[in-house]
Design a protein around this ligand. Structure first.
Ligand code: SF4
Length: 77
């Protein structure tokens, strides 16, 4: 389970975040490209934009459920 205490700081504030367990597998960026982006220097994903409509929310949630290491959380602030 993702832990907001370990979230990558470049992620924008809000519900969704990526924590330091990310293994850079690309699934979230493929699933919700408007919301997850890659930090090329760090080799991991972060939340670039919080979902702004139901379609994006659904995809962000789908990415959370699909993340193989549970690095995505939805209890952020
Ligand atoms: S799906 Fe999970 S492990 Fe894969 S890039 Fe996204 S946050 Fe990282």
């Amino acid at each position: 389970m993702a832990d907001k205490a370990n979230k990558y700081p470049e992620g924008v504030p809000g519900k969704f975040y990526v924590d330091d367990q990310c293994i850079d597998c690309d699934l979230c960026r493929e699933t919700a490209p408007a919301n997850y982006k890659r930090n090329d220097d760090g080799g991991h994903s972060y939340v670039y934009k919080q979902p702004e409509n139901d379609a994006e929310l659904k995809l962000c949630q789908e990415a959370l459920e699909g993340c193989p290491v549970e690095a995505i959380g939805s209890d952020g602030e």
